[in-house]
Ligand binder design. Structure first.
Ligand SMILES: O=c1[nH]c(=O)c2[nH]c(=O)[nH]c2[nH]1
Length: 301
């Protein structure tokens, strides 16, 4: 007889927007929330008894009700409230994982007319994942995805292995571009700890990632990745581990020889921005002595 392995369930991708009014100035919070619950669910799968199941519909309702009653503030704070609620209110639920994306909006300036118009900020998506397991405790991961960056020089790539299938020319000057996905783990053992300033921590980590990308003279995307991760670990004592997933968004010099034109890396060079396939460079950067806990594929969701 087969036995049940790891299982979880919940409502995925609940989209929630909260508008907070401060006179004529409005504030927006825009989240996607996915709840995954685990616990005493054997009979649900084996015999169809739903006696231990809190409905996914109720988990979705809880997301909206908690946003109204307690506010959002940050994805990490909101995820902590939700995870604690599920694991503490239902004896059959022993683990809750709340995964969130948060979308930033900037204001469209309308001087003298009230502040209620917004433009969705396309510069990356903030992510967070809060997990509470009654035995294993708490885990807080923060991150970002779809943060597209490009260096138009200060990138070389040469000295690599050459086999009979290697055709890539060596380059001393290329475009280096990527869509950053990063996920980092906080040193935080749960809501009984002092509450970190999640928003300030996130903004600082994001700033360090961008700064390291821009300032690193790169001999490979791998080297740039390590510089980005190291910079976060070195500057943010609250972060012990960071995993980065960096697609190499290749920019190839367009072949203009059929038109009698030279197109070398120089002023005015024209590139073909390839879509796929793309190199995919991924690694974890750890504080000395820390244990890697972010799953290898956690950044590929
Ligand atoms: O930065 C790079 N790393 C690689 O491993 C690689 N491989 C490749 O074809 N181009 C690149 N670029």
């Amino acid at each position: 007889m087969p036995t049940l392995g790891q299982n979880q369930y919940g409502k995925a991708e609940t989209r929630i927007v909260k508008v907070t009014r401060e006179g004529t100035t409005h504030h927006l919070e825009d989240l996607k929330v996915s709840v995954a619950l685990s616990g005493d669910m054997d009979e649900v799968h084996y015999s169809g008894s739903n006696a231990t199941v809190l409905t996914t519909d109720a988990t979705k309702n809880t997301v909206f009700a908690f946003a109204k009653e307690y506010g959002i503030g940050s994805p990490e704070r909101f995820g902590t409230l939700l995870a604690r609620h599920f694991t503490e209110s239902q004896p059959t639920l022993t683990r809750a994982r709340i995964r969130m994306e948060s979308y930033a909006w900037e204001r469209i300036a309308t001087p003298g007319e009230g502040e209620h118009s917004f433009l969705r900020d396309g510069r990356g998506v903030r992510t967070a994942q809060i997990t509470h397991d009654r035995e294993e405790g708490w885990e807080a991961l923060s991150g970002l995805t779809a943060l597209t960056v490009l260096n138009s020089t200060d990138s070389e790539f040469h000295g690599f292995l050459k086999d009979r299938y290697t055709t890539l020319p060596e380059t001393r000057d290329r475009v280096l571009a990527t869509d950053v996905t990063a996920l980092w783990r906080h040193r935080w053992s749960g809501p009984q700890d002092a509450t970190p300033d999640w928003n300030a921590s996130h903004a600082a980590a994001r700033g360090h990632l961008l700064d390291a990308f821009a300032r690193t003279y790169s001999y490979s995307l791998q080297q740039t990745l390590f510089a980005m991760g190291s910079r976060v670990i070195d500057h943010r004592p609250e972060i012990d581990e960071i995993r980065l997933s960096l697609p190499n968004k290749h920019h190839f010099l367009a072949d203009l020889t059929p038109f009698g034109m030279e197109n070398e890396t120089a002023d005015g060079a024209v590139y073909f921005a390839a879509d796929r396939p793309y190199g995919l460079i991924e690694a974890t950067v750890l504080r000395e002595g820390a244990t890697a806990r972010i799953p290898v594929d956690a950044t590929n969701l």
